[in-house]
Ligand binder design. Structure first.
Ligand code: MG
Length: 414
């Protein structure tokens, strides 16, 4: 018997956020690439809670508490959460004025709304989207190269780690991120290829391998790397140049046999992906919830790619991307699991969760979450015990009782 959705029209009665401290085992270098933390430390994180007048709650993680309170909350209050398309468009339009609302914040709110709708309906989000499959093969996505002994500091270490991922852990594919500045000597196309060759040697011919290299190589450097990857029978070549230049990607993919994949970080959401398809720029499309602004636009891009018989590999893992992959046949072959490093225990849940969202079975598959909504296993006791004062993370330029829109207007006038 099919369960009918509820006939009532619940309305969000509050959109709030809790800010708390959590332990981090990863730290970013000067250019934003994550590496194992030399000294694990506490960092602050925001949990968004959207609650209806009937007491249902949807959760997500990320965003900025000031934006949630001053901009998002007024948009959400009084809206039916099933009107997610309307809410998403309203938030997206607000980006024009409040530039602090980036795609990741949009995604956090969109995911909390999907979670809320799933909780109200008593169904996992993947069931609501419509399933094509209930498990997805994962690839091991490594962190960028580093200078950590026994980490990812040499081609041989990449090879050793990839061998462990495939032969001990059961991954069905591996993606390398090469060495990037500020690592000394990076970027270096030859060193990237030496690592790729070491990984191919370590895992054998049958495992699909991908390279996500330094993102600002020149055309000629990217062409050389691509031709070397073809000799190593790599599966795809990801973001080797600045994605602002669509022409450079067309120039590259026209000359290579290896599939070139993108755009990943380029702004413009659905429209950018449509333009890249129309102009025949790449072989495989790219995007994830954090690049596009949520699960709502990600599904549109997936269907856009499908209508052109085009693969669209989903950028990044975690909850929103995983549920989306359950409903894909042609786009989205793999789940990106990581980022992984020999010194980081990916299987250990972070403090604020009781279980990780993406446990992998021995055959390298991630199964669709079966809990209602996104299927969070939130450790509310930990979060309540580690709440921090909002003042510690307040938006420094915001005056008391001033909305972000007020702030933007004031800054424009000052
Ligand atoms: Mg990438």
């Amino acid at each position: 018997m099919i369960r009918r959705p509820p006939r009532s029209t619940p309305k969000p009665s509050s959109a709030a956020s809790d800010v708390y401290k959590r332990q981090s085992y990863v730290e970013s270098d000067d250019e934003g690439h994550g590496h194992p933390a030399k000294n694990p430390r506490k960092v602050s994180q925001c949990m968004v809670i959207i609650e209806t007048d009937e007491g249902h709650k949807g959760y997500s993680f990320g965003a900025n508490p000031q934006i949630v309170e001053k901009v998002i909350s007024p948009i959400l209050l009084g809206e039916n959460p099933f009107f997610r398309e309307k809410i998403w468009e309203k938030m997206m339009h607000m980006q024009r004025i409040v530039t602090q609302i980036d795609e990741r914040i949009l995604s956090t709110i969109d995911l909390a709304l999907w979670d809320l709708v799933g909780i109200i309906m008593g169904q996992p989000v993947n069931n609501i989207l419509g399933l094509y499959r209930d498990k997805v093969p994962a690839y091991a996505s490594t962190m960028c190269g580093d200078t950590i002994k026994g980490g990812l500091s040499t081609p041989e270490e990449y090879g050793n780690f990839a061998e462990w991922c495939v032969k001990e852990r059961g991954y069905r594919a591996v993606k390398l991120h090469g060495w990037m500045p500020p690592i000394e000597g990076a970027p270096d196309p030859k060193k990237d290829i030496m690592a790729c060759a070491a990984v191919r040697e370590a895992v054998g011919e049958d495992i699909p391998l991908m390279l996500d290299s330094y993102h600002f190589y020149s055309r000629m450097e990217a062409l050389w790397i691509g031709r070397e990857l073809e000799k190593l029978n790599f599966y795809w070549f990801e973001e080797p140049m600045d994605e602002s230049s669509m022409s450079s990607y067309k120039w590259l993919s026209d000359q290579l046999d290896i599939p070139v994949i993108g755009p990943e970080t380029m702004t413009g959401k659905i429209s950018t992906r449509a333009e890249w398809i129309k102009n025949d720029v790449v072989d495989i499309l790219r995007g994830g919830v954090g690049d596009l602004g949520g699960l709502t636009p990600l599904m549109k891009v997936a269907h856009l790619a499908e209508s052109y018989n085009m693969a669209m590999e989903v950028h990044g893992g975690k909850e929103g991307n995983l549920h989306a992959l359950g409903s894909m046949r042609l786009p989205g072959e793999f789940y990106e699991r990581g980022l992984l490093h020999p010194h980081v225990d990916y299987e250990k849940p972070p403090d604020y969760l009781n279980e990780i969202m993406d446990p992998m079975d021995d055959e390298g598959f991630i199964h669709m979450p079966t809990g209602n909504g996104l299927g969070w296993k939130i450790n509310h006791d930990y979060i309540n015990d580690n709440l921090i004062n909002d003042d510690a993370v307040s938006y420094t330029h915001l005056r008391a009782h001033e909305t972000v829109l007020d702030l933007v207007c004031r800054l424009l006038l000052e």
